[in-house]
Design a protein. Structure first.
Length: 305
């Protein structure tokens, strides 16, 4: 049997995606009643971070603890990766010692190489092209607030056509919701992802058209990790793509606002939206814990012989 990984959302099918969302909601209830079963007893997760993280690190580390296992944090600087050890060698070594590997890095190719050389499941904790773990929490949050009929929803993505945007395209294909994307010229999402998985996507020239009648409005920083040197240039290009209360007023009255965080108030969002009655951002961030537990659970379960 081929090893199941979570390199992108496309590694799971629609049914599995819905099952993971349900499981995440279950874990949230079980956490409240202190009834989580220790399915990771005697298991370890290695977490390799070549980029900074607050939510991804804390959610996976806490998830492993609550599931009865242990997580090992490995920064690039503190490992031999910094001294040039190839990821394929690292994969072969780590997978002989731990039960699962999560990695945050720049290159999607590196995630693929890690998975190809690992005998244990690999989780993409963010790369230049995708952020599939965040989408699990986003979809859990939407399911909790709007229900699980994703196909009835219209979601607006405003800003940079980045790793989050590409993962939203994958999610729109799997869960069959309408995704309206508005990005500046030259900052479009990944062409392959759009061509292959973009059948529910509409590209809108102006943010107002994307947000018009939306159930969910979401955005992300204008300069992702690794793009910071373009910050000043991007501030000019993205100026009219700010999600503010005025733009939000074009969405449905009960529309929610999501942001994967970290956020830059005064840039991609105004000062108020994140704390407004539309915002589900804190619920979304807290759901990272439960969706991390659910993806660990899914990978253990689907890799049982
Ligand atoms: N949203 C997200 O992935 O946050 P971190 O970068 O803090 O992990
Ligand atoms: N697009 C952002 C997401 C951070 C969670 C980045 O890659 O920096």
């Amino acid at each position: 049997m081929n090893k199941r990984h979570f390199k992108t959302l496309i590694d799971i099918n629609t049914q599995e995606f819905k099952r993971i969302i349900k499981k995440a909601i279950d874990y949230k209830h079980q956490d409240q009643s202190n009834t989580i079963s220790k399915i990771c007893n005697n298991k370890t997760l290695a977490m390799i971070f070549k980029k900074n993280s607050t939510r991804t690190r804390v959610s996976f580390e806490t998830a492993m603890y609550k599931l009865g296992g242990h997580a090992i944090y490995l920064s690039e600087d503190s490992t031999q990766l910094k001294r040039g050890e190839d990821i394929s060698d690292t994969a072969k070594v780590l997978s002989g010692m731990v039960d699962m590997i999560m990695m945050r890095t720049n290159s999607h190719e590196e995630i693929k190489s890690l998975a190809a050389n690992s005998s244990v499941p690999v989780i993409n904790g963010l790369c230049n092209l995708f952020h599939p773990c965040q989408l699990l929490a986003d979809m859990q949050t939407i399911a909790e607030i709007k229900g699980e009929n994703f196909e009835k929803l219209s979601i607006a993505w405003i800003g940079d056509g980045n790793n989050m945007c590409n993962s939203y395209i994958n999610a729109s294909k799997l869960l069959n919701f309408k995704l309206k994307i508005s990005v500046p010229n030259g900052y479009e999402p990944d062409k392959y992802t759009l061509d292959k998985f973009g059948e529910n996507v509409e590209l809108c020239e102006i943010p107002g058209s994307a947000v018009d009648g939306a159930d969910v409005v979401t955005t992300d920083v204008w300069a992702s990790m690794g793009d910071e040197h373009e910050n000043e240039e991007r501030k000019k290009v993205f100026k009219s793509f700010q999600v503010n209360m005025n733009l939000m007023s074009k969405a449905k009255k009960e529309a929610i606002f999501l942001h994967c965080l970290p956020a830059h108030r005064g840039e991609e969002i105004d000062e108020t939206i994140i704390d407004s009655e539309h915002s589900a951002v804190w619920q979304q961030a807290h759901n990272r814990l439960y969706s991390s537990m659910a993806i660990i659970d899914f990978l253990i379960d689907s890799n049982k012989n």
